[in-house]
Design a protein around this ligand. Structure first.
Ligand code: BG6
Length: 274
């Protein structure tokens, strides 16, 4: 069985989803790749895919019960709906992940993740449903860790953070209020913004491309670029890759979401090429 599936909207618009992590690894819009994928990324299931849209669940960041960013991005997902063209022309597919011995050994809860990827004309929507299928409540954090491809980070600006409070992992500070309308990435940046992009979304712009990221039920946004030294220190990252990417990550991460037995959280992001 192939390890990835492709959504074809037209000859030059497509998206590819790897079953390892349900990671969207490519989104080509009008012949142009919109997502960054490291040329050194492992694609064989031995390590989380470095690029595209890895899915972080049930824990964002270092985790006492298992690997950083949880197990969803390092699990093999099942396709439950093959790519289908809808009447409006959009193409969708649905993947699922459920608990098994391996996940319960780390995190002893029963869950169902249902991930719907929809490719439209000039847009890509990724919608996740997290369902508690067990009989006890659990809590988690979740994040769509999108690596945007940019032609040159020096000419990239990201908006949608003005006035939001953030914690800065590089500076070791918390509750800083963002004073810039547009952020220019010119160093290692690793910040968790609370209530960011609401309701206007984030505009990720370069002289060539403008992408609008909007989110539903994902109140936080992580902004990350490893810059020179951290890029070089990662075995699966191109040394100069940081010049062509910025991660703008839609998440529910600054607080843990509680789901009672039988409850579902539905959250999504949409990226539109303007
Ligand atoms: C970001 C985190 O979301 O992911 C960073 O804020 C982290 O702290 C980055 O370095 C990459 O994580 P990983 O596990 O894929 O190397």
């Amino acid at each position: 069985m192939a390890n990835s599936i492709t959504l074809d909207w037209s000859e030059n618009c497509s998206a590819t989803i790897h079953l390892y992590g349900a990671t969207v690894t490519s989104w080509i819009n009008n012949g142009k790749e919109q997502l960054f994928l490291s040329s050194k990324s492992k694609m064989d299931g031995s390590k989380a895919i470095r690029g595209g849209i890895p899915l972080v669940f049930p824990n964002f960041g270092p985790w006492e019960h298992g690997p950083q960013h949880g197990f969803a991005r390092i699990s093999w997902w099942k396709i439950i709906e093959q790519p289908t063209k809808m009447s409006n022309g959009d193409v969708t597919t649905v993947l699922q992940l459920t608990d098994d011995d391996k996940t319960r050994n780390m995190w002893n809860h029963q869950f169902l993740l249902t991930y719907k990827v929809t490719l439209g004309e000039n847009n890509l929507t990724t919608k996740l449903e997290v369902t508690n299928t067990g009989s006890e409540q659990f809590d988690f954090t979740v994040l769509l860790h999108t690596y945007f491809r940019v032609s040159d980070i020096n000419s990239c600006k990201v908006s949608g953070f003005l006035g939001c409070n953030y914690s800065d992992k590089v500076e070791g500070t918390d509750n800083v209020s963002e004073a810039s309308k547009e952020i220019v990435i010119d160093r290692n940046i690793d910040r968790v913004y609370r209530l960011a992009g609401q309701p206007d979304g984030h505009l990720i712009s370069t002289p060539e491309t403008k992408l609008m990221l909007t989110k539903i039920n994902l109140p936080d946004t992580v902004l990350w670029n490893p810059w020179t030294e951290k890029a070089a220190a990662m075995s699966d990252f191109d040394d100069l890759g940081y010049l062509n990417m910025v991660c703008v990550e839609s998440g529910y991460v600054s607080q843990r979401k509680i789901l009672h037995a039988g409850e579902t959280l539905t959250c999504s992001q949409n990226i539109t090429v303007l």
